[in-house]
Structures are given as C-alpha cells and as structure tokens.
Design a protein around this ligand. Sequence first.
Ligand SMILES: [Fe+2]
Ligand SMILES: [Fe+2]
Length: 275
Amino acid sequence: MLVRSPKFDFSNVRPHWAPCWEFAQRYNAGSTVPAHIEPYLVKVMVKAKAALDPKNTELHRDLGIFIKQEMQHCKMHIAFNKKLHESGYEGMIPFEEAYAAEYNGFLESRSLRFNLAYSEGFEAMSSIAVTAFFEHFDEFLKGADPEAVELWKWHLAEEYEHRTVAHDVYHALSGMNPIFTYFYRLYGFFYAVRHISQHTDRLAAYLMAKDREGMTPEQINESKAREAAAAKALKKSAWAHLASIVSPFYKPAKRPAPRGVVLFLMKYVNVPQAA
Ligand SMILES: [Fe+2]
Ligand SMILES: [Fe+2]
C-alpha cells in the first residue's frame, strides 16, 4: 500500500464527461459520497487507532496509510464536485450538506462499533464499483474526458489496495463473540448500502431532472433507457460480490484484483507520497 498524491486538473472536465451523459451524472452523484464519507472514515479510523492495541503494529501501519489515502481521495472528489457546482449544478449543495450532517450525527451519537461496521460496509460496497470500472464499463468510458475516468480509476484501484483495513479494524475492535461480530457486520453493511444509495438516488434524480428540463416525452424515455443500461452494467458483478460479502467466511484479502487494477496503480508508483 502506498500513499499517492496525483495532481488532477478538472478545469476542462465537463459534467457530461462521458458520451452517455446519464452514466456520467450517475457517477457525479456518486462523487459526492467520497467527498463526505471519507472525512468521516478518517475520523472513525483515528478513533480506532487510539483504541487499537499498540502491539498490532501491522494494522497500525496500514491504518495510517488508509487514512492518508482517503484524505487524498476526498480532496480530489471535492475539487471535481466544485467544478460540477460551478457548472450549473449548485442545487447539489443542499443534498450534500444534509448528507454530511448525517455523518456528523453518527460520530456524535453512535458507538465506535457502529461506525466501524458502517465503514467496513462502505469499503465492502466499493468492491462492486471497482470491478465495474475496470471490467464492465468499457463501452461507457470510450470517448470520455480522461480526467474524470482517471479520478475514478485511481480512487477505486486504491480502494482495492486497502480493502482489508476497515475489515481488520472492525474485527479487532468489535468486542463481541464471532457470531455477533458477523451479524453486526452484516447490519453495518446493509445500513451503509441503504443510507448511501438513498443519498445517491436522490442526487441522481435531481441531476437527471435538471438535464431533462425542456425535453420532449420521447427524449425523456430515451434518456431513461440509457440510464437503465448504465445501471445494468453496474449490476453485472454486484450479485457475485454480494454473495461473497454476506458469507461468514468473507475475507477481502482473498478478493481477486479486477482486470488491470495492479497495472493501473503501477503508473502512479513515482508520484511523490503525501507528507
Ligand atoms: Fe477512498
Ligand atoms: Fe476506502
């Protein structure tokens, strides 16, 4: 695991950065997730680090890298999202503010165990997007703005790289027997899936509605068909990942690397590490 600090220039990136703009808007909604969840993950993991046995040196080291990687991810997504806000989608901001407030609520009122289970749930969920971007989205990424594609691929490749950390921390600190630890992990996973999906669905609905203003009913139907095709591509690997995640024997360490992930990360080997 490495902390990489690539520099992206989003000044020329367009909100409709992919030829299928419904696909781009779905991921523009998705880009608000890391902007708000990852600062929350960092705070959760800082608390976890303080609670973790100092003898667990390997996990302490990995947590340190995890925290720095997530900080880089959210920084880049915030810059990308700013460009969206400035491009006529400032209506995203109230949705994002409400979503961010929910994370502050989790930090203030929920247990460390809940926050760790939620964090692990999000990390497990990300496996679906990693596989989709590297293996199932070729038709949607053809002809897309390279900065947007690069942002997602860099981020998701690092999500693959640090896939074990939240899982290991949750198991180290759950404080429960293995059976309760398993069921509570599932609770965290399904809670995260529902919470995050509700946010992205609301935001995607806003973006789509804005873009469909002034369209004829026929154009709207065509647009909805394209949106459905993009959603179908994401679901291609979702069931396989879901079956693995809900298994009591789920081990993210054993998750095979999607096609091209390892090679992709090698591109960034020489990028200076963050301080
Ligand atoms: Fe991330
Ligand atoms: Fe992550």
